[in-house]
Structure formats: structure tokens, C-alpha cells
Design a protein around this ligand. Structure first.
Ligand code: FAS
Ligand code: PHB
Length: 389
């Protein structure tokens, strides 16, 4: 089999890249290790930057997003019980949309099915070959039969644990990492959200987040130690801990119920450099990881593939290598700004095991500065709603 662009991974990065390229007439094949159902079963991101929503519109998959997504003008911080709302729309005229990653993935899968483009689910033993030359190939096994996919380019959209970055010679890649000493225990519950907008809470017992997926489905998180096991957390224990970390009014208004999903996500900051290796490009979580505190992971994946699609379309339409030659430098600049913001949000909102009294006062001062300075609030607003793509 042969195609122009072989895409490894059918998460949001791979599916959105495939969609953008297909719309421009650039043929793709997506190879996905898991089943479609497994991919859709993963509960992950919940907040889309304004630029991501606009990109999904451009990809022709924004219909349900506009019908079911919740447009939010701002978020609240609750700092040791003191609440402050940041009105992004008033500050910089931008908003975010609450619309789960699962739904984004579903919309992209549906569009790809309709287009007739090839996606091979449950593709096993994917391996990348000769991407340092101009005739790269991908090998995979499907239903016990070995296959070779010849292509012009390979897009590694296979996440942090994927095969693409792992296929790059160690001497050709440099990585930067910070692993946080805690994780997020998240639950999904079919109960109305406790508030109209998201509440990011800092408390000496740990961080908490009140989010949602719709007016009837809520998503909550509490910070837990990095080695915590989800089996140790009954729903009742979760609700009790969440209440302790919120202000009294919010805690009283919490509508609890049985969790329909409960999991712990580790937190890390990670960047690989560069993001191009001959005919192989990395995008999304294959290239970088951010702690979810800044709601950047999914959005960075979208901005990566927007740039990569533009570069590949330019290559085929104008026979110009300028875009593909500039891809890594272009996206890394935005990636590092999102890494900075995600690290900063994580640093001011979480309690660190080695947090001393001086560090706690600095965290409080950050909150006081944010709520007392329009310039500081505007900076938060422009980072949270998304820097220009
Ligand atoms: P993904 O990991 O989503 O997709 C990669 C795909 O590649 C997967 O389907 C995988 O099965 C496939 N794959 C892997 N190896 C392969 C191989 N060898 N061959 C073929 N296919 C292969 N972001 C937020 O903004 N907010 C959040 O709250 C949030 N929560 C998260 C919770 C968890 C547990 C995780 C892991 C991430 C979370 N993220 C969150 C970040 C997340 O949303 C990612 O940024 C987003 O999924 C990135 O999309 P992709 O780059 O497509 O990677
Ligand atoms: C979510 O709803 O899952 C969510 C929202 C905002 C974040 C992280 C996760 O910063």
C-alpha cells in the first residue's frame, strides 16, 4: 500500500491532521494501535481554546461543538477559600469552550468515515523505517498479516508512549522534563456542575478543580500523591476531600452521585527537540506533555497539526520545502510558551511536599497580584484562552 502521509495514532492530533490534509486533497492513512471504542473510551481534556474551536470549524467538524459546547467567558480561582473570577471576555475579548476531548475525537472519526479516508484500527507492531531518506516506510501487523505502507512523510501523532519518538536515534533528539510529585484523581459524574464556570482551587490539603462536560455531566479532580492508587478512593472519600478544598458555599452546593469514570493521571512537563527528523514529524503528545492545569494538552496538539498541515499542503501544492523546514522551530516557540504557562499554573495552585512557609506566601502573593492587577489578569487571560497559532 502507498499514501502521501502516513499518520501514526488516531487521537485528536492524528485525526485532525488527517482531516486538514484530506480537505486539501493530500491523501493520508492513519494507523491506530487500539480499537475505535478504546480511543473513544479515554476521558481526557475538557477545555478548547478559541483558536482550537476556530480550527475545528475550518476542518468542518464544528457543528456539534457549537450545538453542545459551553462557551465560557472566564474561570474562577478559589485560594484558601477566597474566590475571584477572571472575566477573559471583558479582559481581552476571548472565550473558551467546554467540550470534551472524547466528543472532538468522535466528530473527527465521523468526518473521516464520511470522507472514506483509510484508518486502520488495532494495527499492531507498528515500526518506522527509512524516514532519514526520501522513501520512508511503515510496517504493521493487522489480523496477524504483516503489511508495508510506503509514503512520502510520516506524522508521529502517537502520544507520549508511542513508537514514533522512540524510533528517533538517541543522538538526534534532546528532551526536557519535569515530573511533578503528585497526580490528578479525576471523576466523571452525571450530576449538574457545582458552578457555571470552572473553579481552580488551591488549598493546603491540595489542588482541586471543578469542571464539567455539559449542564448534566460534571468532571472533578483532586491532587493526590504521585504513587496513589485509584482503588484506595471510594466515591464518598473523593467527595469529602473535594468539599474540604473548596469554599463553604461551593462545598454546600456540590451535587454528588456515583462516578461513571474514575482515574489518576500523572503530571509531567516534557518537550522533545527538534520535532522533525528527515521525513518524520512529531506532533501532539508525541512531542510534548503539559500538566493539565493550564488546559493546554489537547490545544497544543491542535496547533501543532495546524502548522504541520499547512507545511505539508504547501509542499505538495507549491513544491516548496519552506514550511516543512520551518515546522519544528515554528511550533516549538508556541509549545514552550504553553509549557511555561502550564508549569506556572501548576506551581501556584498545587501544594508541593517540600513547600515551605516562604513558598506558600509566594503562592498567596501570586493570587493577590492576579486579583489586584488588570495587567496580571490579562496575562492569565491571554495564555488561558490561547496565544496566537
Ligand atoms: P493521544 O495520546 O491522545 O493519542 C495518541 C494515539 O496514538 C492513541 O490513540 C494511541 O492509542 C495511539 N498510539 C500509541 N502508540 C501507538 C503505536 N505504536 N502505533 C499506533 N498507534 C499508537 N489535556 C488537557 O488539556 N486537559 C486534561 O484534563 C487532560 N487530561 C489528560 C489525562 C490523561 C490520563 C492523559 C494521558 C492526558 C490528558 N490530557 C489532558 C492531555 C491529552 O488531552 C493530550 O494532550 C491529547 O490526548 C493529545 O492528543 P494526541 O497528541 O493525539 O495524543
Ligand atoms: C477537564 O474538564 O477535564 C479539565 C478542564 C480544565 C483543565 C483540566 C481538565 O485545566
Amino acid at each position: 500500500m502507498r499514501t502521501k502521509v502516513a499518520i501514526i495514532g488516531a487521537g485528536p492530533a492524528g485525526l485532525l491532521l488527517g482531516r486538514l490534509l484530506d480537505k486539501a486533497g493530500v491523501e493520508t492513512v492513519i494507523l491506530e494501535r487500539r480499537s475505535r471504542e478504546y480511543v473513544l473510551g479515554r476521558i481526557r481534556a475538557g477545555v478548547l481554546e478559541q483558536g482550537t474551536a476556530e480550527l475545528l470549524d475550518k476542518a468542518g467538524v464544528g457543528e456539534r461543538l457549537h450545538a453542545d459546547g459551553l462557551v465560557h467567558d472566564g474561570v474562577e480561582f478559589c485560594f484558601d477559600g477566597d474566590r475571584h473570577r477572571f472575566d477573559f471576555h471583558a479582559l481581552i475579548g476571548k472565550t473558551v469552550t467546554v467540550y470534551g476531548q472524547t466528543e472532538v475525537t468522535r466528530d473527527l472519526m465521523q468526518a473521516r468515515d464520511t470522507s472514506g479516508a483509510t484508518t486502520i484500527y488495532e494495527a499492531e507492531h507498528v515500526s518506522l523505517h527509512d524516514f532519514d531518506g526520501d522513501r520512508p516506510r511503515v510496517h504493521y501487523v493487522k489480523d496477524g498479516v504483516e503489511h508495508e505502507l510506503a509514503c512520502d512523510f510520516i506524522a508521529g501523532c502517537d502520544g507520549y508512549h508511542g513508537v514514533s519518538r522512540a524510533s528517533v536515534p538517541e543522538a538526534a533528539i534532546r528532551t526536557f522534563e519535569r515530573v511533578y510529585p503528585f497526580g490528578w484523581l479525576g471523576i466523571l459524574v452525571d450530576r449538574p456542575p457545582v458552578a457555571e464556570e470552572l473553579i481552580y482551587a488551591h488549598h493546603e490539603r491540595g489542588f482541586a478543580l471543578c469542571s464539567m462536560r455539559s449542564h448534566t455531566r460534571s468532571r472533578y479532580y483532586v491532587q493526590v500523591p504521585a504513587n496513589e492508587r485509584v482503588e484506595e478512593w471510594t466515591d464518598d472519600r473523593f467527595w469529602d476531600e473535594l468539599r474540604r478544598r473548596l469554599d463553604a458555599d461551593t462545598a454546600d452546593n456540590l451535587v454528588t452521585g456515583p462516578s461513571i469514570e474514575k482515574s489518576i493521571a500523572p503530571l509531567r512537563s516534557f518537550v522533545a527537540e527538534p520535532l522533525r527528523f528527515g521525513r518524520l514529524f512529531l506532533a501532539g503528545d508525541a512531542a510534548h506533555i503539559v500538566p493539565p492545569t493550564g488546559a493546554k494538552g489537547l490545544n497544543l496538539a491542535a496547533s501543532d497539526v495546524c502548522a504541520l498541515a499547512e507545511a505539508l499542503i504547501e509542499f505538495y501544492a507549491e513544491h516548496s520545502p519552506a514550511g516543512i523546514d520551518g515546522y519544528s522551530t515554528r511550533v516549538l516557540s508556541r509549545i514552550w510558551k504553553a509549557e511555561r504557562f502550564s508549569w506556572w499554573m501548576t506551581s501556584i495552585l498545587h501544594t508541593f511536599p517540600d513547600t515551605d512557609s516562604f513558598s506558600r506566601r509566594i503562592q498567596r502573593a501570586e493570587f493577590e497580584y492576579l486579583r489586584g492587577s488588570e495587567a496580571a489578569a490579562r496575562s492569565l487571560a491571554e495564555n488561558y484562552t490561547g496565544l496566537p497559532i
